[in-house]
Design a protein around this ligand. Structure first.
Ligand SMILES: C[S@@+](CC[C@H](N)C(=O)[O-])C[C@H]1O[C@@H](n2cnc3c(N)ncnc32)[C@H](O)[C@@H]1O
Length: 335
């Protein structure tokens, strides 16, 4: 497993290429006339998936540091990226720097990103006009490479797919055989795009700028202290496996739950004013509905209601508490 992780090898499952936004991108890139580059081809799953749709390209060029199928040329494409291709469709290697360190795996020193896939994507974008890449869903919150990004599709397993053995009970299948990691398909164009269209599978959620409008102003109010054992506000910051259950609560609800310095899931927060928990929760719910959770980190596992489980990070929680209180104060002042 670790050898597999070292090369970032997880194989694509499911078929994101049948989705509408990809089909539109394929038309715009004139795919039928193109020789498509797959610089991290593994066992050639991507062309197989493409063949299963109505899409055709003129030809393919496959490379991988460890070819997993006939016709894949052995090459370290991160060090020596193939030139002369207009279109690249890939699922690059993913490896988080901290995960590599934790597992004692090598992580190229020269790479300034926190994950190998970001560097791989940078290479694809530097050498190809049209790029389609299956990458972690978290990419959309990284703020990277937005200039040429035209569409981002959060890929949520959909029930009509033939379920994998291990997920049969829930009748869903995941994009990858051996990880339930949340993934997205990023579609890039040759020129700067005015906005990014955000999708969940075939459902258009909105332009990125519009979704952003529903986020509260960032807060740098350091008088709001997270992981404060004496805090006057509780927060359950991750969804359970059933539904969107992140919520603020009374600290007494958390009972003896140990508040750890580094904790990121259940915590107490010290807020130097009286907080109205209901107001904060109404605000949180509204943000989640209006932004479709696009800016909340997704993590492994699909909830029973078919969505990824999400985490509310401290930065967003802080801005909800800060603005929530301001609004409350304003309302109180009006009364
Ligand atoms: C996430 S897998 C994707 C495989 C294939 N694209 C697919 O979707 O099934 C990433 C692939 O990148 C390859 N890889 C990792 N580092 C590489 C490098 N420096 N040069 C070329 N390929 C590399 C791995 O061997 C692996 O096959």
């Amino acid at each position: 497993m670790d050898e597999k992780r070292a090369n970032g090898r997880y194989y694509t499952r499911g078929n994101p290429f049948q989705l509408e936004p990809f089909q539109t991108w394929a038309d715009a890139s004139d795919l039928e006339q193109q020789t498509v580059l797959e610089p991290f081809a593994g066992a050639n799953d991507i062309p197989r998936l493409m063949n299963a749709t109505r899409l055709q390209c003129r030809d393919w060029a496959f490379f991988d540091i460890k070819p997993g199928a006939k016709g894949v040329v052995q090459r370290d494409t991160l060090a020596d990226f193939p030139k002369g291709f207009n279109v690249c469709i890939t699922n690059p290697p993913w490896l988080a720097r901290n995960s590599a360190t934790r597992r004692g795996l090598p992580f190229p020193k020269a790479i300034r990103y926190d994950d190998l896939y970001k560097y791989a994507l940078e290479q694809c974008l530097a050498h190809c006009e049209w790029v389609a890449a299956i990458i972690p869903e978290a990419f959309i919150r990284s703020g990277l490479f937005l200039e040429r990004l035209c569409d981002f599709i959060s890929l949520v397993p959909w029930p009509q797919q033939k379920p994998l053995e291990k997920n049969k009970a829930r009748n869903t299948s995941y994009m990858f055989e051996d990880t339930e990691h949340p993934v997205g398909l990023a579609l890039f164009a040759p020129d700067a795009t005015p906005d990014v269209r955000i999708w969940r599978n075939n459902r258009f959620l909105g332009p990125m700028s519009e979704l952003h409008r529903h986020l509260p102003q960032p807060s740098s109010n350091r008088s709001i202290v997270f992981n404060d054992p004496q805090g006057n506000l509780g927060l359950i910051a991750i969804d359970n496996t059933v539904s969107a259950s992140i919520r603020f609560c009374s600290p007494s609800e958390l009972g003896d739950y140990p508040i750890r310095h580094q904790g990121r899931s259940i915590t107490r927060i010290g807020v130097p004013w009286h907080v109205d928990i209901d107001t904060l929760n109404i605000r949180l719910t509204k943000i989640r509905e209006k932004t479709h959770d696009v800016f909340l980190t997704a993590f492994k596992g699909i909830r029973r209601d078919g969505h990824y489980r999400r985490r509310l990070d401290w930065a967003l929680a802080r801005s909800i508490i800060d603005v929530g209180d301001l609004r409350l104060q304003l309302e109180m002042n009006v009364e």
